[in-house]
Design a protein around this ligand. Structure first.
Ligand SMILES: C[C@](O)(CO)[C@H](O)COP(=O)(O)OP(=O)(O)OC[C@H]1O[C@@H](n2ccc(N)nc2=O)[C@H](O)[C@@H]1O
Ligand SMILES: Nc1ncnc2c1ncn2[C@@H]1O[C@H](COP(=O)(O)OP(=O)(O)OP(=O)(O)O)[C@@H](O)[C@H]1O
Length: 321
């Protein structure tokens, strides 16, 4: 009898920016206690999973040629983790994972985490699993601190090491310009640099997240711009001093404010509206301070099947009387 091979499944998944990232003390397990406000942006990766006789990972776009395609790829680890969670034997879980990456690698925008989250959602559909997003989030948290947020998207408050999430009301679409740097920065190295800076002196520490949550509820980008803050910024700038120039250039180009995204080195600039974002992007592109510039908006949903059951449905055609 012929086995029926299910068709491949594609998932679109967002990058994140941390609107607020307060880093506490280092814990006995080596992680730092965080309080962060995440926002998911329209800058995305697409991940296709398919049943195959030739398992492995392919990478196209950002990071093509440098992102590992073997067992170290976070998407591959996600596939292994889901197979183990449901008790699928090795022979039954042969998959090919194709990553089309728009999110910069080691850019502080959680690109690898996004691919892991997308792989979980894609395989849950490919393997027809009856599994909730909350159950997937339990697997996601073991893969990395940023993986659960990529599953849910939107705007959320993250605590613990960033994996414990509650949604935050966000009333507005915010418009961003993203400046990608020439090279990535290693997340553990940036946390390590912050520890070093704190041993040597007192780098600035941001305050409470409450005003940011209030600004999101008000929907006013000018109010939010005054409150963007990231404790890792001093460490990222210490490792990559050129980021100071990038941050200045974005504001000089007309952005309301700029911040290093997560552990950097991507800089995220909040703009007054969509038109302003296009203008800031054009000017920043010509300033010679970064590799490339992208416009994005947020919040957007987390990992979603493309053209599948949980994809947003197109509006019905308008009927004229
Ligand atoms: C900087 C952020 O992107 C902010 O959202 C995240 O905290 C990083 O999340 P991530 O890349 O998913 O990080 P993980 O894969 O969980 O951890 C990578 C490394 O970053 C450091 N790390 C990460 C998260 C955290 N709360 N404290 C840490 O010190 C640790 O050295 C850890 O070994
Ligand atoms: N699917 C993947 N995409 C990108 N990088 C991956 C992937 N799998 C493993 N990696 C490795 O992980 C490292 C960090 O990549 P990633 O793009 O997730 O960093 P990041 O966006 O700075 O992460 P975060 O913002 O969560 O700290 C890369 O240098 C790469 O070697």
């Amino acid at each position: 009898m012929l086995a029926v091979v299910p068709p491949p499944v594609t998932v679109r998944v967002p990058a994140k920016v941390n609107l607020h990232l307060s880093v506490g003390d280092v814990r006995p397990d080596g992680y730092h206690e965080l309080v962060t406000v995440f926002q998911a942006l329209s800058l995305t990766d697409e991940v296709t999973v398919a049943v195959t006789e030739d398992p492995g990972v392919e990478v196209y776009g950002e990071g093509e040629g440098s992102v590992p395609t073997g067992a170290n790829n976070l998407a591959w680890k996600a596939a292994q983790a889901l197979a183990a969670h449901i008790g699928k034997a090795d022979g039954e879980s042969k998959v090919r994972v194709v990553l089309r990456k728009g999110i910069p690698v080691a850019g502080g925008m959680a690109g690898g985490s996004a691919d892991a989250a997308a792989t979980l959602v894609g395989l849950a559909s490919l393997w027809k699993l009856d599994i909730s997003r909350d159950e997937l989030a339990g697997i996601a948290a073991k893969l990395g601190s940023d993986v659960p947020f990529a599953l849910y998207g939107g705007t959320a408050l993250g605590t613990g090491r960033g994996e414990q999430l509650v949604p935050v009301l966000s009333r507005h679409t915010f418009h961003w310009v993203l400046a990608f740097d020439q090279r990535g920065l290693s997340t553990p190295r940036v946390f390590g640099e912050l520890d070093k800076l704190r041993e040597e002196g007192s780098p600035p520490r941001i305050g409470s997240h409450t005003p940011v949550v209030e600004a999101l509820a008000s929907g006013d980008p000018r109010q939010l711009a005054l409150l963007l803050g990231n404790d890792l910024q001093a460490a990222a700038v210490s490792l990559r001093p050129g980021l100071r120039r990038t941050l200045r250039a974005g504001v000089n180009a007309g952005a309301l404010a700029g911040t290093v995204s997560g552990s950097g080195p991507t800089c995220a600039f909040l703009c007054a509206d969509a038109q302003s974002a296009v203008e800031v992007a054009a000017e920043l592109s010509g300033a010679g301070v970064c590799r490339t510039v992208r416009v994005a908006h947020g919040p957007v949903p987390g990992a979603r099947l493309v053209g599948g059951d949980d994809a947003p449905r197109p509006s019905p055609p308008r009927v004229h009387a």
